[in-house]
Design a protein around this ligand. Structure first.
Ligand SMILES: Nc1ncnc2c1ncn2[C@@H]1O[C@H](COP(=O)(O)OP(=O)(O)OP(=O)(O)O)[C@@H](O)[C@H]1O
Ligand SMILES: [Mg+2]
Length: 330
């Protein structure tokens, strides 16, 4: 439960940040300049815009790159465990503690970078303690008697407006100013529509390798739809959308139906495979089963009305007929 992505290695560098729009180019340039400094960085932006990607890239550019990148997701750690996770504890600090004690994330990030993701969720009492670490450059474990020097760089990220949380008294102002040295504002995907198609092709190429597909094109309707969608979930949503389509596509062209059919019935597909008691079933078989199940349910729900069924499935009527013929469904 507490494996908060702390494998201490980075997976992404600046080359992995796709996008040539003016907005993303400017942010990349700014991030590259910040990267070489040792200052604290606050990365802001909507969910799924690539904040963690930037955090890793900045670490990879810094003089700390050969040391750990330790990620702490502040929203994922239960409050009562927060202090011991982040500050560590000495032997016998509390009941249930490990006999030999345990270093906290701060110690694990020594000489490297501590990435505090979703910093807005940092419990209030921990905010004060963290501020002390940043000011004194020392950390004391729970139940400890002495403190250790720390040399870490902090990169924090949030998709909430920290300033208004400060105004509401939910986030300490002194900590806010300590973090707010450089702010890197990652623009939403809808603000940089030029990046949508390059990102989509990037994910297609990646998935071609991963799941042995050979997609080279996107249909004009799909491209148009991608460009007109608002992407509230930003790049993460785009990636998931493309991934769904890539699991269903046949041939070298990704179409809009590919992504939509699977989206509504994702959970059913998993269930079918799991009920079989085996994961050795090929992807194609699993997808076929999911499609058949989805179509049958839609037909049942619409009392055999195919137009309605196609609406439920969010596909064109023609494509419903094609699939029914293919699977010999009535
Ligand atoms: N510019 C980009 N190029 C390539 N991949 C990207 C880009 N931006 C985001 N991604 C991918 O999108 C997904 C979401 O990115 P990330 O986890 O960094 O978002 P986030 O801003 O931290 O979101 P959240 O606020 O929800 O934590 C990841 O799979 C990431 O690799
Ligand atoms: Mg994130």
């Amino acid at each position: 439960m507490l494996k908060n992505k702390s494998n201490n290695r980075i997976r992404y560098s600046f080359e992995d940040i796709i996008g040539e729009s003016q907005l993303i180019t400017q942010i990349k340039e700014l991030a590259a300049r910040i990267g070489t400094s040792n200052s604290t960085v606050l990365i802001t932006g909507e969910s799924g815009t690539g904040k963690e990607l930037f955090a890793q890239a900045i670490h990879g550019l810094s003089s700390r790159k050969n040391h750990s990148f330790v990620a702490v997701n502040c929203a994922a750690i239960p409050h009562e465990l927060f202090e011991s996770e982040v500050f560590g504890y000495e032997a016998g600090a509390f009941s249930g503690a490990k006999k030999e004690g345990k270093p906290g994330k701060i110690e694990l990030a020594q000489n490297g970078t501590l990435f505090l993701d979703e910093i807005s969720e940092l419990p209030y009492q921990v905010q004060g303690k963290l501020l002390r670490v940043l000011q004194e450059r020392e950390v004391e474990r729970l139940g400890g008697t002495g403190s250790k020097n720390v040399d870490i760089r902090i990169i924090a990220a949030t998709n909430r407006d920290l300033k208004s949380l400060v105004q509401e008294g939910k986030f300490r102002q002194d900590l806010f100013y300590r973090l707010y040295v450089f702010e890197l504002k990652i623009p939403s995907l809808r603000q940089r529509k030029e990046d949508i198609l390059p990102l989509a092709y990037h994910f297609i190429n990646y998935l071609n390798d991963q799941i042995a597909q050979n997609v080279k094109y996107m249909s004009p309707e799909l491209q148009e739809w991608l460009l007109s969608h608002d992407w509230p979930g930003n790049v993460r949503e785009l990636r998931a959308f493309i991934e769904r389509g890539m699991n269903l596509v046949e041939g070298d062209t990704l179409t809009i139906e590919n992504s939509f059919l699977f989206s509504a019935f994702d959970a059913t597909a998993h269930k079918t495979v799991e009920e079989e008691g085996t994961f050795a079933v090929s992807l194609e078989e699993a997808v076929t089963k999911a499609e058949i199940g989805a179509i049958q349910r839609a037909l049942k729900e619409s009392n055999g009305d195919r137009t309605k069924a196609a609406q439920i499935l969010n596909i064109h009527l023609a494509s419903l007929y094609r699939k029914m013929a293919k699977y010999k469904l009535k």
